[in-house]
Design a protein around this ligand. Structure first.
Ligand code: NAD
Length: 496
Protein backbone atom coordinates (compact mmCIF):
# COMPACT_ATOMS: atom_id res chain seq x y z
CA UNK A 1 0.00 0.00 0.00
CA UNK A 2 2.80 2.44 0.73
CA UNK A 3 5.77 2.60 -1.55
CA UNK A 4 9.02 4.18 -0.40
CA UNK A 5 9.65 6.44 -3.42
CA UNK A 6 12.96 7.70 -2.09
CA UNK A 7 14.46 8.55 1.30
CA UNK A 8 12.10 11.45 1.80
CA UNK A 9 8.86 11.01 -0.11
CA UNK A 10 6.19 8.45 0.64
CA UNK A 11 3.58 7.56 -1.96
CA UNK A 12 0.38 6.00 -0.72
CA UNK A 13 -2.21 4.28 -2.88
CA UNK A 14 -5.64 2.94 -2.02
CA UNK A 15 -5.52 -0.69 -0.90
CA UNK A 16 -8.39 -2.82 -2.13
CA UNK A 17 -8.77 -6.58 -1.94
CA UNK A 18 -5.11 -7.11 -1.05
CA UNK A 19 -3.70 -4.84 -3.75
CA UNK A 20 -2.61 -1.27 -4.36
CA UNK A 21 -4.98 0.47 -6.71
CA UNK A 22 -3.54 3.20 -8.92
CA UNK A 23 -5.26 6.55 -8.60
CA UNK A 24 -5.91 9.16 -11.25
CA UNK A 25 -4.87 12.03 -9.00
CA UNK A 26 -2.62 12.45 -5.98
CA UNK A 27 -2.56 15.07 -3.25
CA UNK A 28 0.64 16.33 -1.62
CA UNK A 29 0.95 16.13 2.16
CA UNK A 30 3.13 18.90 3.54
CA UNK A 31 5.27 18.94 6.66
CA UNK A 32 3.60 21.29 9.20
CA UNK A 33 7.02 22.24 10.54
CA UNK A 34 8.10 23.38 7.08
CA UNK A 35 5.08 23.56 4.76
CA UNK A 36 7.26 23.85 1.63
CA UNK A 37 8.53 20.30 2.24
CA UNK A 38 6.37 17.52 0.81
CA UNK A 39 6.37 14.43 3.05
CA UNK A 40 4.40 12.31 0.62
CA UNK A 41 1.45 11.91 -1.70
CA UNK A 42 -1.87 10.20 -1.18
CA UNK A 43 -4.68 9.54 -3.65
CA UNK A 44 -8.18 10.84 -3.95
CA UNK A 45 -10.18 7.63 -4.08
CA UNK A 46 -13.01 7.77 -6.60
CA UNK A 47 -16.58 6.78 -5.77
CA UNK A 48 -16.14 3.66 -7.96
CA UNK A 49 -13.01 2.66 -6.02
CA UNK A 50 -14.79 3.21 -2.71
CA UNK A 51 -17.59 0.92 -3.90
CA UNK A 52 -14.97 -1.63 -5.01
CA UNK A 53 -13.40 -1.53 -1.53
CA UNK A 54 -16.78 -2.05 0.15
CA UNK A 55 -17.59 -4.95 -2.19
CA UNK A 56 -14.18 -6.50 -1.52
CA UNK A 57 -14.86 -6.29 2.23
CA UNK A 58 -18.35 -7.79 1.75
CA UNK A 59 -16.87 -10.65 -0.30
CA UNK A 60 -14.13 -11.38 2.24
CA UNK A 61 -16.66 -11.32 5.10
CA UNK A 62 -18.24 -14.57 3.89
CA UNK A 63 -15.16 -16.59 4.78
CA UNK A 64 -13.55 -14.34 7.39
CA UNK A 65 -16.54 -14.64 9.74
CA UNK A 66 -16.00 -18.44 9.72
CA UNK A 67 -12.29 -18.18 10.63
CA UNK A 68 -11.76 -19.52 14.18
CA UNK A 69 -11.12 -16.87 16.81
CA UNK A 70 -7.72 -18.41 17.71
CA UNK A 71 -6.54 -17.87 14.14
CA UNK A 72 -7.77 -14.30 14.09
CA UNK A 73 -5.94 -13.58 17.35
CA UNK A 74 -2.77 -15.22 16.06
CA UNK A 75 -2.78 -13.03 12.93
CA UNK A 76 -3.36 -9.89 14.99
CA UNK A 77 -0.50 -10.78 17.34
CA UNK A 78 1.84 -11.19 14.35
CA UNK A 79 0.72 -7.77 13.10
CA UNK A 80 1.47 -6.27 16.52
CA UNK A 81 5.01 -7.67 16.39
CA UNK A 82 5.52 -6.22 12.91
CA UNK A 83 4.38 -2.78 14.07
CA UNK A 84 6.75 -3.02 17.03
CA UNK A 85 9.64 -3.86 14.69
CA UNK A 86 8.81 -0.95 12.38
CA UNK A 87 8.13 1.49 15.25
CA UNK A 88 10.99 3.91 14.58
CA UNK A 89 10.20 4.19 10.90
CA UNK A 90 6.50 4.75 11.61
CA UNK A 91 7.19 7.30 14.32
CA UNK A 92 9.46 9.35 12.03
CA UNK A 93 6.84 9.41 9.31
CA UNK A 94 4.12 10.34 11.81
CA UNK A 95 6.16 13.21 13.23
CA UNK A 96 6.93 14.57 9.77
CA UNK A 97 3.39 14.47 8.45
CA UNK A 98 1.64 15.40 11.69
CA UNK A 99 4.02 17.75 13.50
CA UNK A 100 3.88 15.95 16.85
CA UNK A 101 7.25 15.59 18.65
CA UNK A 102 8.97 12.20 18.47
CA UNK A 103 8.22 11.27 22.11
CA UNK A 104 4.55 11.99 21.45
CA UNK A 105 4.56 9.92 18.25
CA UNK A 106 6.14 7.03 20.23
CA UNK A 107 3.38 7.58 22.80
CA UNK A 108 0.78 7.11 20.08
CA UNK A 109 2.32 3.76 19.11
CA UNK A 110 2.50 2.83 22.81
CA UNK A 111 -1.24 3.43 23.25
CA UNK A 112 -2.06 1.66 19.96
CA UNK A 113 -0.12 -1.48 20.88
CA UNK A 114 -1.43 -1.50 24.44
CA UNK A 115 -4.98 -1.48 23.08
CA UNK A 116 -4.33 -4.03 20.34
CA UNK A 117 -2.78 -6.37 22.90
CA UNK A 118 -5.68 -5.87 25.30
CA UNK A 119 -8.08 -6.68 22.47
CA UNK A 120 -6.14 -9.86 21.63
CA UNK A 121 -6.07 -10.93 25.28
CA UNK A 122 -9.76 -10.29 25.87
CA UNK A 123 -11.34 -11.16 22.50
CA UNK A 124 -11.88 -14.84 23.19
CA UNK A 125 -13.72 -14.42 26.47
CA UNK A 126 -15.55 -11.28 25.30
CA UNK A 127 -16.89 -13.09 22.22
CA UNK A 128 -17.53 -16.46 23.84
CA UNK A 129 -21.18 -17.41 23.44
CA UNK A 130 -23.13 -17.78 26.66
CA UNK A 131 -25.45 -20.76 27.19
CA UNK A 132 -27.91 -20.62 30.08
CA UNK A 133 -30.10 -23.53 31.24
CA UNK A 134 -32.96 -22.14 33.33
CA UNK A 135 -36.46 -22.96 34.57
CA UNK A 136 -37.98 -21.81 31.28
CA UNK A 137 -35.63 -23.82 29.05
CA UNK A 138 -32.34 -22.89 27.42
CA UNK A 139 -31.01 -19.62 25.98
CA UNK A 140 -27.93 -19.13 23.83
CA UNK A 141 -26.50 -15.63 23.51
CA UNK A 142 -23.94 -15.31 20.75
CA UNK A 143 -21.82 -12.33 19.67
CA UNK A 144 -22.03 -12.46 15.89
CA UNK A 145 -19.97 -10.24 13.58
CA UNK A 146 -21.91 -7.37 12.03
CA UNK A 147 -20.40 -7.40 8.54
CA UNK A 148 -18.60 -4.60 6.70
CA UNK A 149 -17.34 -1.86 9.00
CA UNK A 150 -16.61 1.61 7.63
CA UNK A 151 -13.94 3.12 9.88
CA UNK A 152 -13.32 6.86 9.55
CA UNK A 153 -10.54 8.43 11.58
CA UNK A 154 -9.36 12.00 12.32
CA UNK A 155 -5.90 13.58 11.97
CA UNK A 156 -4.94 14.15 15.59
CA UNK A 157 -4.12 10.52 16.53
CA UNK A 158 -4.26 8.91 13.09
CA UNK A 159 -2.66 5.59 14.07
CA UNK A 160 -4.22 5.06 17.49
CA UNK A 161 -7.69 6.03 16.28
CA UNK A 162 -7.39 3.64 13.33
CA UNK A 163 -5.97 0.64 15.22
CA UNK A 164 -8.55 1.08 17.99
CA UNK A 165 -11.10 0.24 15.28
CA UNK A 166 -9.21 -2.29 13.13
CA UNK A 167 -8.21 -4.65 15.96
CA UNK A 168 -11.59 -5.31 17.61
CA UNK A 169 -13.51 -5.19 14.32
CA UNK A 170 -11.36 -7.94 12.80
CA UNK A 171 -11.09 -10.01 15.97
CA UNK A 172 -14.88 -10.05 16.15
CA UNK A 173 -15.05 -11.44 12.61
CA UNK A 174 -15.89 -8.32 10.60
CA UNK A 175 -14.11 -6.90 7.58
CA UNK A 176 -13.22 -3.24 7.28
CA UNK A 177 -12.79 -0.29 4.97
CA UNK A 178 -10.63 2.35 6.64
CA UNK A 179 -10.51 5.98 5.62
CA UNK A 180 -7.82 8.01 7.37
CA UNK A 181 -7.96 11.80 7.45
CA UNK A 182 -6.44 13.70 4.50
CA UNK A 183 -4.57 15.83 7.08
CA UNK A 184 -2.53 12.80 8.29
CA UNK A 185 -3.02 9.87 5.92
CA UNK A 186 0.51 8.47 5.48
CA UNK A 187 1.53 6.82 8.76
CA UNK A 188 -1.98 5.42 9.30
CA UNK A 189 -1.82 3.87 5.82
CA UNK A 190 1.61 2.45 6.60
CA UNK A 191 0.32 0.78 9.77
CA UNK A 192 -2.80 -0.51 8.01
CA UNK A 193 -0.49 -1.98 5.35
CA UNK A 194 1.52 -3.78 8.03
CA UNK A 195 -1.60 -5.20 9.62
CA UNK A 196 -3.12 -6.15 6.25
CA UNK A 197 -0.04 -8.19 5.37
CA UNK A 198 -1.10 -10.71 8.04
CA UNK A 199 -4.73 -11.04 6.93
CA UNK A 200 -6.49 -12.50 3.88
CA UNK A 201 -7.20 -10.19 0.93
CA UNK A 202 -10.29 -8.03 1.36
CA UNK A 203 -10.35 -8.22 5.16
CA UNK A 204 -8.71 -4.77 5.43
CA UNK A 205 -9.17 -2.17 2.71
CA UNK A 206 -7.98 1.43 2.80
CA UNK A 207 -9.38 4.35 0.85
CA UNK A 208 -8.37 8.02 0.93
CA UNK A 209 -10.02 11.39 0.56
CA UNK A 210 -12.46 13.53 2.49
CA UNK A 211 -16.23 13.97 2.61
CA UNK A 212 -16.93 12.63 -0.93
CA UNK A 213 -15.47 9.24 -0.09
CA UNK A 214 -16.87 9.46 3.44
CA UNK A 215 -20.40 9.83 2.07
CA UNK A 216 -20.06 6.61 0.05
CA UNK A 217 -18.77 4.74 3.09
CA UNK A 218 -21.59 5.96 5.29
CA UNK A 219 -24.47 5.48 2.84
CA UNK A 220 -23.59 2.30 0.93
CA UNK A 221 -26.12 -0.45 1.80
CA UNK A 222 -23.37 -3.09 2.11
CA UNK A 223 -21.83 -1.23 5.05
CA UNK A 224 -23.51 -2.42 8.23
CA UNK A 225 -21.52 -0.54 10.87
CA UNK A 226 -19.90 2.89 10.98
CA UNK A 227 -17.21 3.66 13.50
CA UNK A 228 -16.27 7.30 13.35
CA UNK A 229 -13.94 9.53 15.33
CA UNK A 230 -14.05 13.19 14.46
CA UNK A 231 -15.99 16.38 14.87
CA UNK A 232 -19.59 16.64 16.07
CA UNK A 233 -20.57 18.66 12.96
CA UNK A 234 -19.29 15.88 10.66
CA UNK A 235 -21.14 13.26 12.73
CA UNK A 236 -24.44 15.03 11.98
CA UNK A 237 -23.80 14.55 8.23
CA UNK A 238 -22.90 10.91 8.84
CA UNK A 239 -26.08 10.22 10.79
CA UNK A 240 -28.11 11.66 7.89
CA UNK A 241 -26.18 9.69 5.27
CA UNK A 242 -26.64 6.46 7.22
CA UNK A 243 -30.32 6.98 7.97
CA UNK A 244 -31.56 5.48 4.69
CA UNK A 245 -30.12 2.07 5.59
CA UNK A 246 -30.16 2.29 9.44
CA UNK A 247 -26.58 1.32 10.29
CA UNK A 248 -25.05 0.41 13.62
CA UNK A 249 -22.82 3.30 14.74
CA UNK A 250 -20.12 4.15 17.21
CA UNK A 251 -19.40 7.88 17.20
CA UNK A 252 -16.47 9.37 19.14
CA UNK A 253 -16.84 13.12 18.82
CA UNK A 254 -15.70 16.47 20.08
CA UNK A 255 -15.39 17.56 23.67
CA UNK A 256 -14.90 20.63 25.79
CA UNK A 257 -13.44 18.88 28.77
CA UNK A 258 -13.30 20.78 32.05
CA UNK A 259 -10.70 20.47 34.79
CA UNK A 260 -12.09 21.49 38.18
CA UNK A 261 -9.71 22.43 41.01
CA UNK A 262 -11.42 22.28 44.41
CA UNK A 263 -10.53 24.31 47.48
CA UNK A 264 -8.67 21.26 48.86
CA UNK A 265 -6.23 21.14 45.90
CA UNK A 266 -2.62 21.79 46.93
CA UNK A 267 -1.21 24.41 44.54
CA UNK A 268 2.29 23.64 45.84
CA UNK A 269 2.13 20.11 44.43
CA UNK A 270 4.54 20.58 41.51
CA UNK A 271 3.86 17.13 39.99
CA UNK A 272 0.14 17.88 39.88
CA UNK A 273 0.82 21.29 38.30
CA UNK A 274 2.97 19.60 35.66
CA UNK A 275 0.18 17.06 35.04
CA UNK A 276 -2.42 19.75 34.34
CA UNK A 277 -0.05 21.65 32.04
CA UNK A 278 0.57 18.43 30.07
CA UNK A 279 -3.17 17.76 30.07
CA UNK A 280 -3.64 21.15 28.38
CA UNK A 281 -0.77 21.20 25.90
CA UNK A 282 0.21 17.65 24.90
CA UNK A 283 0.09 17.32 21.09
CA UNK A 284 -0.25 21.13 21.03
CA UNK A 285 -3.70 20.73 22.59
CA UNK A 286 -5.04 18.76 19.63
CA UNK A 287 -6.59 15.90 21.62
CA UNK A 288 -10.31 15.28 22.08
CA UNK A 289 -9.85 14.57 25.79
CA UNK A 290 -7.42 17.41 26.59
CA UNK A 291 -8.51 19.71 29.45
CA UNK A 292 -9.91 22.66 27.48
CA UNK A 293 -11.30 24.87 30.26
CA UNK A 294 -9.97 25.07 33.81
CA UNK A 295 -12.11 26.15 36.75
CA UNK A 296 -10.33 26.99 40.02
CA UNK A 297 -11.93 27.68 43.40
CA UNK A 298 -11.65 31.41 44.06
CA UNK A 299 -9.84 30.87 47.40
CA UNK A 300 -6.80 29.36 45.61
CA UNK A 301 -7.20 31.09 42.22
CA UNK A 302 -4.40 33.72 42.39
CA UNK A 303 -1.79 31.32 43.71
CA UNK A 304 -2.93 28.64 41.25
CA UNK A 305 -2.42 30.97 38.28
CA UNK A 306 1.05 31.95 39.50
CA UNK A 307 2.13 28.31 39.99
CA UNK A 308 0.51 27.29 36.71
CA UNK A 309 2.54 29.85 34.75
CA UNK A 310 5.75 28.65 36.42
CA UNK A 311 4.96 25.00 35.61
CA UNK A 312 3.95 25.82 32.04
CA UNK A 313 7.10 27.83 31.42
CA UNK A 314 9.16 24.89 32.69
CA UNK A 315 7.44 22.20 30.58
CA UNK A 316 6.54 23.95 27.32
CA UNK A 317 9.44 24.04 24.86
CA UNK A 318 8.22 24.82 21.36
CA UNK A 319 10.46 23.54 18.60
CA UNK A 320 11.40 20.98 15.99
CA UNK A 321 9.52 17.69 16.56
CA UNK A 322 12.82 15.90 15.93
CA UNK A 323 14.64 17.82 18.69
CA UNK A 324 14.51 15.81 21.93
CA UNK A 325 14.14 19.08 23.92
CA UNK A 326 10.85 19.87 22.21
CA UNK A 327 7.65 19.18 24.10
CA UNK A 328 5.24 21.10 21.83
CA UNK A 329 5.34 21.07 18.03
CA UNK A 330 3.38 22.98 15.39
CA UNK A 331 -0.31 22.56 14.78
CA UNK A 332 -1.16 19.95 12.20
CA UNK A 333 -2.67 22.30 9.64
CA UNK A 334 -3.16 25.95 8.80
CA UNK A 335 -6.94 25.80 9.11
CA UNK A 336 -6.65 24.65 12.73
CA UNK A 337 -3.96 27.25 13.50
CA UNK A 338 -6.17 30.05 12.17
CA UNK A 339 -9.19 28.73 14.05
CA UNK A 340 -7.36 28.67 17.41
CA UNK A 341 -5.77 32.06 16.74
CA UNK A 342 -9.24 33.46 15.97
CA UNK A 343 -10.58 32.24 19.32
CA UNK A 344 -7.65 33.81 21.21
CA UNK A 345 -7.97 37.13 19.35
CA UNK A 346 -11.71 37.15 19.98
CA UNK A 347 -11.10 36.62 23.72
CA UNK A 348 -8.60 39.49 23.70
CA UNK A 349 -11.13 41.79 21.99
CA UNK A 350 -13.64 40.91 24.69
CA UNK A 351 -11.15 42.14 27.29
CA UNK A 352 -9.40 38.92 28.35
CA UNK A 353 -5.73 38.87 29.30
CA UNK A 354 -3.65 36.55 27.10
CA UNK A 355 -0.39 35.28 28.60
CA UNK A 356 2.13 33.54 26.31
CA UNK A 357 3.60 30.37 27.80
CA UNK A 358 6.83 28.43 27.32
CA UNK A 359 10.00 28.93 25.43
CA UNK A 360 10.45 29.07 21.65
CA UNK A 361 13.55 26.99 20.89
CA UNK A 362 13.96 27.97 17.23
CA UNK A 363 12.47 31.30 16.16
CA UNK A 364 13.08 30.73 12.42
CA UNK A 365 11.33 27.37 12.45
CA UNK A 366 8.52 28.85 14.56
CA UNK A 367 7.86 31.46 11.89
CA UNK A 368 8.00 29.07 8.96
CA UNK A 369 5.74 26.30 10.37
CA UNK A 370 2.14 26.16 11.59
CA UNK A 371 3.32 27.06 15.08
CA UNK A 372 1.30 28.90 17.66
CA UNK A 373 2.73 29.88 21.02
CA UNK A 374 0.69 28.30 23.82
CA UNK A 375 -1.39 30.82 25.75
CA UNK A 376 -3.23 31.12 29.01
CA UNK A 377 -6.39 33.23 28.86
CA UNK A 378 -7.61 34.98 31.98
CA UNK A 379 -10.59 37.19 32.74
CA UNK A 380 -13.04 35.58 30.29
CA UNK A 381 -16.76 35.46 30.72
CA UNK A 382 -18.03 31.91 31.36
CA UNK A 383 -19.88 31.99 28.03
CA UNK A 384 -17.13 33.46 25.82
CA UNK A 385 -16.44 31.36 22.69
CA UNK A 386 -12.97 30.40 23.95
CA UNK A 387 -14.65 28.80 26.99
CA UNK A 388 -17.65 27.10 25.39
CA UNK A 389 -16.17 26.05 22.02
CA UNK A 390 -13.74 23.17 21.55
CA UNK A 391 -10.44 24.99 20.81
CA UNK A 392 -8.45 21.88 19.86
CA UNK A 393 -5.20 23.81 20.10
CA UNK A 394 -2.60 25.28 22.45
CA UNK A 395 -4.66 27.72 24.49
CA UNK A 396 -6.61 27.38 27.71
CA UNK A 397 -8.88 29.67 29.72
CA UNK A 398 -8.67 29.56 33.53
CA UNK A 399 -11.73 30.83 35.40
CA UNK A 400 -12.55 31.18 39.10
CA UNK A 401 -15.65 29.63 40.71
CA UNK A 402 -17.26 30.19 44.10
CA UNK A 403 -18.98 26.94 45.01
CA UNK A 404 -19.41 23.37 43.82
CA UNK A 405 -22.97 23.84 42.69
CA UNK A 406 -21.90 26.66 40.36
CA UNK A 407 -19.01 24.74 38.81
CA UNK A 408 -21.08 21.57 38.35
CA UNK A 409 -23.67 23.69 36.54
CA UNK A 410 -20.97 25.26 34.30
CA UNK A 411 -19.62 21.80 33.54
CA UNK A 412 -22.98 20.27 32.73
CA UNK A 413 -24.47 23.09 30.68
CA UNK A 414 -22.06 22.24 27.84
CA UNK A 415 -23.43 20.41 24.81
CA UNK A 416 -20.41 18.12 25.19
CA UNK A 417 -19.54 15.45 27.75
CA UNK A 418 -16.44 13.50 26.77
CA UNK A 419 -14.07 13.58 29.75
CA UNK A 420 -13.55 15.82 32.75
CA UNK A 421 -11.28 15.92 35.76
CA UNK A 422 -11.59 16.92 39.38
CA UNK A 423 -8.55 17.80 41.46
CA UNK A 424 -8.32 17.97 45.27
CA UNK A 425 -8.89 15.66 48.26
CA UNK A 426 -9.91 12.32 46.80
CA UNK A 427 -13.29 11.91 48.48
CA UNK A 428 -14.31 15.52 47.71
CA UNK A 429 -13.23 15.05 44.11
CA UNK A 430 -15.12 11.77 43.70
CA UNK A 431 -18.23 13.35 45.19
CA UNK A 432 -18.13 16.15 42.59
CA UNK A 433 -17.21 13.67 39.82
CA UNK A 434 -20.40 11.69 40.48
CA UNK A 435 -22.44 14.78 39.57
CA UNK A 436 -20.73 15.47 36.24
CA UNK A 437 -22.17 14.51 32.85
CA UNK A 438 -19.21 12.88 31.10
CA UNK A 439 -18.08 9.53 29.72
CA UNK A 440 -14.95 9.55 31.90
CA UNK A 441 -13.96 11.68 34.88
CA UNK A 442 -10.43 11.52 36.21
CA UNK A 443 -9.30 12.36 39.69
CA UNK A 444 -6.11 14.42 40.14
CA UNK A 445 -5.04 13.85 36.56
CA UNK A 446 -6.51 14.46 33.13
CA UNK A 447 -6.44 13.60 29.43
CA UNK A 448 -4.34 10.65 28.21
CA UNK A 449 -2.59 10.42 31.59
CA UNK A 450 -5.84 9.10 33.02
CA UNK A 451 -6.85 6.84 30.13
CA UNK A 452 -7.25 3.15 30.96
CA UNK A 453 -7.85 0.96 27.90
CA UNK A 454 -9.40 -1.77 30.07
CA UNK A 455 -12.50 0.38 30.57
CA UNK A 456 -15.03 1.77 28.07
CA UNK A 457 -14.30 5.21 26.64
CA UNK A 458 -16.72 7.55 24.90
CA UNK A 459 -18.83 10.62 25.27
CA UNK A 460 -22.31 11.59 26.46
CA UNK A 461 -24.58 14.20 24.82
CA UNK A 462 -23.01 15.58 21.61
CA UNK A 463 -19.65 13.99 22.39
CA UNK A 464 -20.76 10.68 20.99
CA UNK A 465 -22.70 7.47 20.89
CA UNK A 466 -21.33 4.14 22.08
CA UNK A 467 -17.97 3.20 23.54
CA UNK A 468 -14.53 2.10 22.41
CA UNK A 469 -11.92 0.37 24.62
CA UNK A 470 -12.64 -2.23 27.29
CA UNK A 471 -14.65 -5.38 26.66
CA UNK A 472 -17.42 -3.12 25.39
CA UNK A 473 -15.03 -1.82 22.71
CA UNK A 474 -14.84 -5.39 21.35
CA UNK A 475 -18.52 -6.30 21.69
CA UNK A 476 -19.52 -3.09 19.94
CA UNK A 477 -18.48 -4.87 16.73
CA UNK A 478 -21.04 -7.62 17.26
CA UNK A 479 -24.74 -8.27 16.97
CA UNK A 480 -26.10 -9.85 20.11
CA UNK A 481 -28.00 -12.85 18.81
CA UNK A 482 -30.31 -14.70 21.19
CA UNK A 483 -31.41 -18.28 20.45
CA UNK A 484 -34.25 -19.25 22.74
CA UNK A 485 -35.30 -22.85 23.39
CA UNK A 486 -38.31 -22.57 25.78
CA UNK A 487 -39.42 -25.70 27.69
CA UNK A 488 -43.05 -24.63 27.66
CA UNK A 489 -44.12 -23.58 24.20
CA UNK A 490 -47.62 -22.40 25.04
CA UNK A 491 -48.38 -19.17 26.86
CA UNK A 492 -50.99 -19.48 29.65
CA UNK A 493 -53.00 -16.39 28.66
CA UNK A 494 -53.54 -17.43 25.02
CA UNK A 495 -56.83 -19.35 24.70
CA UNK A 496 -56.92 -22.91 23.31
P1 NAD B 1 -13.46 15.84 11.08
O1 NAD B 1 -14.82 15.55 11.57
O2 NAD B 1 -13.24 17.06 10.28
O3 NAD B 1 -12.91 14.63 10.19
C1 NAD B 1 -12.87 13.31 10.69
C2 NAD B 1 -12.90 12.34 9.53
O4 NAD B 1 -14.17 12.43 8.89
C3 NAD B 1 -11.87 12.60 8.44
O5 NAD B 1 -11.35 11.37 8.00
C4 NAD B 1 -12.68 13.28 7.36
O6 NAD B 1 -12.12 13.12 6.07
C5 NAD B 1 -14.00 12.53 7.47
N1 NAD B 1 -15.17 13.23 6.94
C6 NAD B 1 -15.34 14.56 6.72
N2 NAD B 1 -16.58 14.79 6.24
C7 NAD B 1 -17.20 13.59 6.14
C8 NAD B 1 -18.50 13.17 5.73
N3 NAD B 1 -19.41 14.04 5.31
N4 NAD B 1 -18.79 11.85 5.78
C9 NAD B 1 -17.90 10.95 6.23
N5 NAD B 1 -16.64 11.28 6.62
C10 NAD B 1 -16.30 12.59 6.59
O7 NAD B 1 -12.53 15.82 12.39
P2 NAD B 1 -10.98 16.15 12.48
O8 NAD B 1 -10.79 17.63 12.29
O9 NAD B 1 -10.20 15.21 11.65
O10 NAD B 1 -10.68 15.76 14.01
C11 NAD B 1 -10.89 16.66 15.07
C12 NAD B 1 -12.17 16.34 15.81
O11 NAD B 1 -12.17 14.98 16.19
C13 NAD B 1 -12.30 17.13 17.09
O12 NAD B 1 -13.62 17.58 17.23
C14 NAD B 1 -11.99 16.10 18.16
O13 NAD B 1 -12.54 16.36 19.42
C15 NAD B 1 -12.54 14.86 17.55
N6 NAD B 1 -11.93 13.68 18.17
C16 NAD B 1 -12.69 12.92 19.03
C17 NAD B 1 -12.12 11.83 19.67
C18 NAD B 1 -12.92 10.96 20.63
O14 NAD B 1 -12.47 9.88 20.99
N7 NAD B 1 -14.09 11.39 21.07
C19 NAD B 1 -10.78 11.51 19.43
C20 NAD B 1 -10.05 12.31 18.56
C21 NAD B 1 -10.63 13.40 17.93
Amino acid sequence: MTIQADQETIIVEAFINGQNVKSLSQVAKENPTNPTEIVGYFPVTTKEQAVEAIEAAAGAFKTWKQTPIDERIMMMRKAIEKIRTAENEIVHLLSREHGKPLYDAHGEIYVSLMWMEFACNEAKSALQEEIKEHEKGKTILSYDPIGVVAAISPWNYPIALSTIKIAPALLAGNTIVLKPSPYAPLAAAKVAEIIASEFPAGVINVVHGDADVGVELTSNPLVTKIVFTGGTATAKHIIKAASETIKDMTLELGGNDAAIFLESFDVHDERAMRRIVISNFLTAGQICMIAKRVYVHRSIYDEFVEKYIEAANRWIRIGDPFDSNTTVGPLNNLKQKNYVLGLVEDAQKRGAEVIPLGQILDQKLFEQGYYLQPTLVLGCDVHDPIVVEEQFGPTVPILPFDDEEQVIHLHNESIYGLTSSVWGKEEDAISVARQLEAGTTMINTAAVQGLDVRFPFGGVKQSGIGREYGVEGIRTYTEKHVINVPKTLDLPYIPE
